[in-house]
Design a protein around this ligand. Sequence first.
Ligand code: ADP
Ligand code: MG
Length: 450
Amino acid sequence: MMSIQELIWSDLEQYARSIYTAPSFQTWFTPAYLEGIDLERRKIIIHVPSDIVSTRWQDDLVPKLIELAFKHTQYNLVPEFTYPNMATTIPSNDSSVRSDHPEEVRGTPLDPNYTFDNFVIGPNNQLAQAGALTIADDLGGVYNPFIIHGGTGLGKTHLMQAIGHEVLKNNPSAHIMNVSCEKFVNDFITSIRQSGQNKNVMDEFRNAYRTVDLLLIDDIQFLENKEETQTEFFHTFNELTNNHKQIVMTSDRPISKIPQLQDRLISRFQRGTSCTVTAPDLDTRVAILREKMALQGIDLPDDTVEYIADHVTANVRELEGALAKLKLYINTTHNTDITPAIATKALSEMHEESRHADVSIVEIQEKVAQYFNLSISDLKGKKRTKAILVPRQIAMFLARELTDTSLPKIGSAFGGKDHTTVMHACERIKSQLLEDEKLKHDVQEIKNLL
Ligand code: ADP
Ligand code: MG
């Protein structure tokens, strides 16, 4: 059985292969290795030959590494890089990302695991799966657009990307764009902003989206209330469908329930087909667990598999989380005989972990203060020097993003500030995050502390 570290590494390797050209892969990935995981300090330690390589990692691989580390351990681990003190030669070969890879996908690379082969069919998803398979064979045909909706963690993104893989399998030169709706919105806003200085930016944006055979766009509900982006998407949509190009979308709710979605978009969307995925029943949950166990090389007795399937019912992502937790347990205790009783114990720890994930405003204030070397009363106070104002705005932004608290309540948690102040802070940080790398880094680091 592969250890957790090996699993994280092999998944990351697969990802690195998908984004790099062969020479870049050699340069940036091959010389690195995973030194270890320090659960106490919540660190995942990566050895690289030089700090130049680690800088490159920050941009290309760290987000995926964090995601994979969480997937396999259920802990938020922060990457830490070590390298030899001796100056090493700087890699000199060209390092451009993804240029000659045959399966070049625009936007975000497809997740290599999200294939039809790895997708377990059950009564909860068989219509959606059949529809998706049909699309892959008949791009731009009758099911255009194709929309998959349903609750979180039920396989929408998986199915959507499976279409992409299948299309590439049949036609490696197909042009595919895979993006989250959020990325579409952000790209659009950035293009508008930059088009003042450079007229070509907007054309480039439009070209990128309008010259594909297949547009995969995830979580379309993110268009809600975004009038201008909706208009842009409307034109993208028309251009593609007029040319018989395929659009596939996912949504966490039926299209008609997306607030403030333009009527013309709704009516365009309704010309296609939509399918629902729902929560898997017991048999399907067992089948999914078996599939994931095989994929990850983990072996559990039948009664334990049934125990998990019986108790973890909400969605597939939680099933995966339960498996990851058990795997960590096996890895750390070297006890491979996981009885239902042991599973109960290991999984109850998982619930504790997820409670920790529910952060409070106070924790956010503590971590932000600690990170910037300020006191909590600085954050709650009225001083508006930049050194205090920006951290305060970050803390408000995180409070809004990570807790369910209303704007007025956040205001009062920050020394009785008006809700418009909080709103302003959130908007400001949100827009700065699009262009300020340092800020992005700080916010990520603070999130990792939480
Ligand atoms: P959604 O987009 O609906 O929130 P995802 O597609 O991200 O959900 O699925 C969450 C996780 O569950 C993914 O790792 C995915 O591979 C897995 N998953 C969901 N449905 C299935 C299925 N039917 N068979 C195998 N894995 C699945
Ligand atoms: Mg999704």
